[in-house]
Design a protein around this ligand. Structure first.
Ligand code: BMA
Length: 295
């Protein structure tokens, strides 16, 4: 059974109190290994009177995956278009060709919709706008692209509550053939499930770290494997969670009892899972996935 082990006792990223746009929380980051470096696109939150929960996206990088440097300025700011007036949240990034594709949650204070941005360097992002609106499935979140075409089309994972769906597209702007691929199955995910990290390609299938929420609103992480050629087929899914909130900084924060991932990196046999702790800091936990992949 796979259980993740935390790397160290403390988070790898905490909010910089003197930086207005990230002074209150850093959480839920995309993670990519590229050019021998670890890159995070992370959600940063500022709570201000009259504007209580505004999210931007920041960029951090590291040689060893644990000690990060950060830019002073966010790479994506909310408020540049009406759909994002209150926030840009929970980025998930994949590399396609020479570019990085980010799906994130556009939040206008009411609706959550899926938006796309593209970058060559992870710092300058070109907005492509909302690609899955709330008119189709209601509020939607937890979306990630797959990093390559499947059966000749782009594939996206998304989450109209409470289950995980796939959708397909020729151009990344019009999505069809929505299909529910995973429903809540275990007690620890009895309220809802949703995508976590971007799908990671292995020779056994697409490795998916996802989240489950129980009836007490505790967020845990789980792991599943999707068929390489038809990811709507779930090959296996571990009944037990792989990470739950246990450390003080996962148990208590902006939202208590939350571990929530938007990005993971597979290096050799180990998966490195970056996750938000209590919606306030970013932690890192690792685990060897060979047994899960081969069992
Ligand atoms: C989900 C998302 C995440 C957040 C989690 C726990 O719905 O909004 O951004 O980490 O709730 O609050």
């Amino acid at each position: 059974m796979l259980k993740l082990s935390r790397v160290g006792e403390t988070p790898v990223l905490t909010p910089r109190k003197d930086i207005p746009w990230e002074k209150d929380a850093v959480l839920n980051c995309a993670a990519i290994y590229h050019n021998h470096k670890f890159h995070l696109l992370y959600r940063a939150v500022a709570h201000n009177p009259g504007d209580p929960n505004r999210s931007s996206i920041g960029y951090a990088w590291s040689e060893n995956g644990v000690d990060f440097q950060r830019l002073e300025e966010p790479v994506l700011l909310p408020g540049t278009c009406p759909e994002e007036s209150q926030g840009v949240e929970d980025p998930r990034v994949v590399k396609i060709g020479d570019e990085f594709y980010m799906l994130y949650t556009a939040y206008d204070g009411r609706a959550t919709q899926i938006a796309l941005a593209i970058s060559e360097d992870m710092i300058h992002w070109r907005r492509e706008g909302v690609i899955l609106s709330n008119l189709e499935f209601g509020n939607n979140k937890d979306a990630s692209l797959f990093p390559e075409k499947i059966g000749g089309r782009w594939c996206m994972m998304h989450r109209p509550e409470p289950n995980i769906y796939l959708a397909y597209s020729d151009d990344m702007h019009t999505w069809s053939d929505h299909v529910c691929i995973m429903k809540q199955a275990f007690e620890w995910e009895s309220a809802k499930i949703g995508g976590g990290a971007q799908p990671i390609k292995t020779d056994k299938g697409w490795l998916l770290v996802y989240h489950g929420v129980d009836n007490e609103m505790r967020y845990r992480l789980g792991i599943a494997l999707l068929d390489l050629h038809d990811p709507s087929k779930v090959i296996k899914r571990q009944p037990e969670w792989i990470l739950q909130a246990e450390k003080g900084w996962e148990v208590e924060g902006d939202v208590n009892n939350v571990v929530f991932s938007c990005g993971a990196i597979l290096l050799g046999e180990d998966i490195w899972v970056y996750y938000g702790g209590a919606d306030t800091v970013i932690g890192l936990a690792k685990g060897n996935v060979m047994e899960f992949l081969e069992a």
